[in-house]
Design a protein around this ligand. Structure first.
Ligand code: F6R
Ligand code: MG
Ligand code: MG
Length: 365
């Protein structure tokens, strides 16, 4: 049976500040999505949060980019924004960049990751969600999961994975896309994806079967709106087990609290801390950035789960390391490389300050 898994998310108001989602907003989201299931549009759903982002996880048979599904998500975010406004939550409706829905939520602010596939006998799915960072945060983990034998031993010793995976990479500044095959082209691939503020892995395919293996949200809110409107806070869906990496191989990259863009005012580098849903509450300097992972088994499109995968004790060291790295990075204050390079900062006063002092610059020679 063909099933589509859609994860659509938006920050439509934070509680308190940008640190968490309000339970009434999540309850409203649940109410809207439950109705769609009752009406037969959805097979199943799970509504959750990561930090200040409302996450709609939905299964259905409408295919990718379905107007009905996207409209459901948009209308849900609009209804939840009403709740956020009543509670005077911070930044109510901040990710809804358009006045009215026009066919597809892509380019309108919310983040979207969707994949359609034929459900396997056992369909293991991991959904990653991050807060206070941008879409490029998935580049290193996806590379490790699907191309790095030091992470995924299955690439070396499992016959059904030995051919490798192909990576669809988007240049989000030039709006172009290219595909690289791993392992053959990993050096070429890394030249691009090692620069995650511009080149982002959109999807990954199993080379032997052509099956979709992973898909991420690659919107850059700032590029859509032409101004700072909050970090992308991306999501990513990964299929696991069998011909795909095992659950442990999929989660392993998050044992390293890698440095990502985001954190305070979307203008800093900081460690990506793996946490449970409950602990996705970025509070210290509005961070450090968080990643959560929900695991499901699909059964006829029904979401059996979730299991809160990064809650496991084996990620305690990574959390401690992330806190230590946060201390170290914070000690740099307003200096790079804690502060992002000028062109990547989401907030800046440079144009105004430059204008003010322009006349005081003297030529060096
Ligand atoms: C980062 C983030 C926060 C805000 C900061 C200022 O992604 O959301 O760090 O940038 O709290 O928020 P405003 O400008 O909404 O007062
Ligand atoms: Mg926010
Ligand atoms: Mg957020």
């Amino acid at each position: 049976m063909n099933i589509t898994l859609s994860v659509i998310k938006a920050d439509i108001g934070g509680y308190v500040g940008h640190s968490e989602s309000h339970p009434d907003v999540i309850a409203k989201g649940e109410e809207c999505i439950a109705k769609a299931k009752k009406d037969g549009l959805l097979v199943d759903y799970h509504v959750t949060k990561c930090g200040d982002d409302l996450q709609l996880i939905m299964t259905h048979q409408q295919g990718e980019n379905s107007e009905k599904i996207h409209k459901l998500a948009w209308d849900t975010f609009v209804d939840c924004t009403e709740v956020a406004k009543k509670l005077k939550l911070h930044g109510a409706g901040q990710d809804l960049l358009a006045d009215a829905f026009s066919g597809n939520v892509k380019g309108m602010g919310p983040g979207v990751a969707e994949m359609e596939f034929e459900e396997r006998v056992a369909e293991t799915i991991i959904i990653f969600m991050a807060d206070k960072t941008s879409s490029g945060a998935w580049n290193m983990p996806l590379y490790k999961i699907f191309a790095d034998p030091f992470n995924t031993i299955g690439l070396v010793i499992a016959d059904n994975m030995h051919q490798g995976f192909s990576f669809e990479v988007q240049d989000i500044k030039e709006h172009k896309q290219i595909t690289f095959n791993a392992p053959d082209e990993i050096y070429d691939l890394l030249v691009f994806i090692g620069a995650p503020s511009r080149f982002m892995i959109k999807s990954v395919y199993h080379r032997g079967s052509g099956e979709i293996a992973a898909v991420s949200s690659t919107q850059r809110l700032a590029l859509i709106a032409g101004r700072y409107v909050g970090k992308d806070d991306p999501v990513c869906i990964v299929r696991s087990q069998g011909q795909f990496p095992a659950v442990g191989e999929v989660l392993e990259p998050f044992a390293l609290p890698l440095l990502v863009e985001g954190w305070m005012r979307g203008s800093h580098h900081g460690p990506l801390m793996p946490v449970s849903i409950k602990d996705s509450t970025p509070t210290r300097f509005d961070g450090p950035p968080r990643v959560v992972a929900l695991g499901f088994q699909l059964s006829g499109g029904k979401l059996v789960g979730p299991r809160d995968m990064l809650a496991d004790k084996s990620f305690d060291n990574a959390r401690q390391q992330a806190s230590d790295i946060a201390d170290f990075m914070r000690a740099h204050g307003p200096f790079e490389p804690h502060r992002l390079p000028l062109e990547e900062m989401e907030y800046t006063t440079m144009p105004q300050v430059m204008k003010k002092v322009e006349g005081r610059f003297v030529d060096l020679d």
